[in-house]
Design a protein around this ligand. Structure first.
Ligand SMILES: [Zn+2]
Length: 290
């Protein structure tokens, strides 16, 4: 069984239910995090997971609603790991290496905190009491900029990527496909419906798609550029032939009374598979297709 943990299913606009993007795919004891939007570290713990459980992080793109909790995640993982955590591997489009260096490199924004925790005696005692061995080592993070078409194979999962159609040329943006022994999950990231994401999703079990707003509202207000709405998500799922569609990155207009039902109706008019409206800090299990 593969479990999709939904930590962040919102947008840059905070609502009581949603804020920013983050997901964890759990398979065979491995946890792969995709995006690290607002409060991801706290949502991760509320979901019953722990920062040191995550050894691989993938960014779809570097809008803040997808990466602003990255320093919090890095520092918490390092602090709680007590030197026993695995090195963290981080992959994403342009700026992934640069942002990592700007946060924790020699001139990084948080180097003062890292130095203080390594050198202050009281902090060393906390570290030792957590099971750490002195001298304390700084963070070990292997960050790598990747491009569409990049593929990574591990023992029981495979990650592949495709170009998403979002805010190029300002930011490069990727969609991800995770194939496990049980199933395949495609996460569109932020994207308008496009052939590259559709091709990546072809024959997948699950499509986790951006769903910013009602399609008619987006088209009336010019917000369909680089984004997917209700009808777009349904049509993408139908044309890719996926079994299940999970609606995420849902904007504030989809939070009001009746909006959820109307959105679901718009999706179901064009797609007859299983549809989930995502809830933050929850999970969905996907078993092998029988
Ligand atoms: Zn974005």
């Amino acid at each position: 069984m593969t479990r999709l943990h939904i930590l962040g299913a919102g947008t840059p606009t905070p609502t009581a239910e949603r804020f920013g993007s983050s997901y964890v795919v759990e398979t065979g004891g491995q946890l792969l995090m995709v995006d690290c939007g607002p409060a991801t570290t706290h949502k991760l713990v509320k979901e019953g997971l722990w920062p040191t459980d995550i050894n691989a992080l993938f960014f779809t793109h570097h809008h803040f609603d997808h990466d602003v909790d990255y320093p919090c995640f890095l520092l918490t993982r390092w602090d709680q790991g007590a030197g026993k955590e695995e090195p963290l591997r981080v992959y994403g489009p342009d700026y992934t290496e640069e942002i990592t260096g700007r946060l924790i490199g020699p001139e990084g924004a948080f180097i003062h905190d890292i130095d203080a925790r390594i050198n202050f005696r009281g902090s060393q005692n906390v570290y030792v009491n957590r099971g750490g061995m002195l001298p304390r080592r700084p963070l070990v993070v292997h960050a790598q900029n990747i491009i569409a078409g990049w593929v990574h194979e591990a023992e029981n999962w495979r990650v592949s990527t495709a170009q998403a159609d979002h805010v190029q040329p300002y930011l490069d943006c990727l969609a991800y496909r995770v194939d496990t022994d049980d199933c395949s999950i495609v996460i569109t990231g932020d994207s308008a419906p496009c052939d590259t994401v559709r091709d990546l999703a072809k024959g997948a079990d699950v499509l986790v798609s951006m769903c910013w707003d009602h399609q008619s509202v987006m088209e009336r207000e010019g917000e369909q550029l680089g984004q997917t709405g209700t009808v777009g998500a349904g049509e993408l799922a139908a044309s890719a032939g996926v079994r299940s569609l999970v609606l995420v990155h849902m904007g504030p207009n989809l939070s009001g009374p009746g909006a959820r039902e109307r959105a679901l109706g718009e999706v179901r008019d064009v797609y007859d598979g299983e549809v989930f409206v995502s809830e933050e800090v929850s999970s969905l299990d996907f078993a092998r297709r029988s």
